[in-house]
Design a protein around this ligand. Structure first.
Ligand SMILES: O=C(O)CCC(=O)C(=O)O
Ligand SMILES: [Fe+2]
Length: 235
């Protein structure tokens, strides 16, 4: 892996998709752990106001809070730390690992920035792992606007309408997507079956640990700590 070239690409585009990053066997193990967990507790965690306004229907699980060793093992996978270090530089920190589950018939996620973009050097890095292929018949593709991490605030507007310059990513089992938290992104609806993604969020030195508490959508800013809308955005 040419880490320097990949890091340059990341900083130009606001994202990277690297296929076959993780061994298939490790992905099988993770997929089995995730399937077992969600069979047990499929209840929606977010409140109704959020689900309605954000047009987001995902159920999160934080496996490291359950002392799940396998997810520590993935976090420590050497190439994973190496690429993160190259992009974020010294003294970057792991934030948390969040597995997201979406059922068939749910809408994915509306356009958003994971954190407010006003302070350019403060952001979260999404390190998204896919333990199964994202297939057109299932849906749940990741859509991004390349380079939008440099464009500031996601414009107010229709939360889900297609945007000019958008790019649809269809990661496969073992793929890694690195995504800057200021990059405009969304997840397409899930048509059948279900969808999992696993996000190891990290931050560069100088970014507060609660950076992802406030997420920017095209119609609002939402505070996940308070579970409430803190700003309505008008078109
Ligand atoms: O599930 C995905 O593929 C992306 C989810 C997302 O927007 C995020 O984790 O910030
Ligand atoms: Fe996101």
């Amino acid at each position: 892996m040419d880490l320097e070239r990949l890091s340059q690409q990341f900083w130009q585009q606001g994202y990277l998709l690297i296929e076959d990053f993780f061994p298939q066997q490790l992905m099988d193990q993770a997929n089995q752990a995730i399937t077992e967990y969600f069979d047990v507790d499929p209840a929606f965690w977010h409140n109704d106001e959020f689900l309605e306004k954000a047009k987001t229907e995902v159920i999160p699980w934080f496996p490291q809070n359950d002392n799940h060793q396998l997810f520590d093992q993935i976090e420590q996978f050497p190439a994973f730390s190496d690429i993160t270090q190259q992009i974020l530089g010294d003294e970057w920190e792991n934030l948390y690992c969040m597995v997201m589950f979406s059922k068939a018939g749910t809408r994915g996620q509306a356009w958003h920035q994971d954190c407010a973009p006003e302070i350019v050097h403060q952001f979260n890095l999404n390190r998204l792992i896919y333990t199964e292929d994202i297939k057109p018949e299932v849906g749940g593709e990741v859509v991004i606007v390349p380079g939008s991490h440099r464009l500031g605030l996601l414009p107010a507007g229709d939360p889900e309408a297609a945007m000019e310059q958008q790019l649809v990513l269809r990661p496969r089992k073992g793929s890694l997507i690195l995504l800057h938290g200021h990059t405009w992104h969304r997840v397409l609806p899930i048509h059948q079956g279900y969808r999992f993604s696993t996000n190891y969020r990290a931050i560069p030195k100088g970014t507060p640990q609660d950076i992802t508490d406030v997420c920017v959508y095209r119609n609002m800013r939402y505070h996940f700590g308070l579970n409430q809308v803190i700003e309505e955005r008008k078109i």
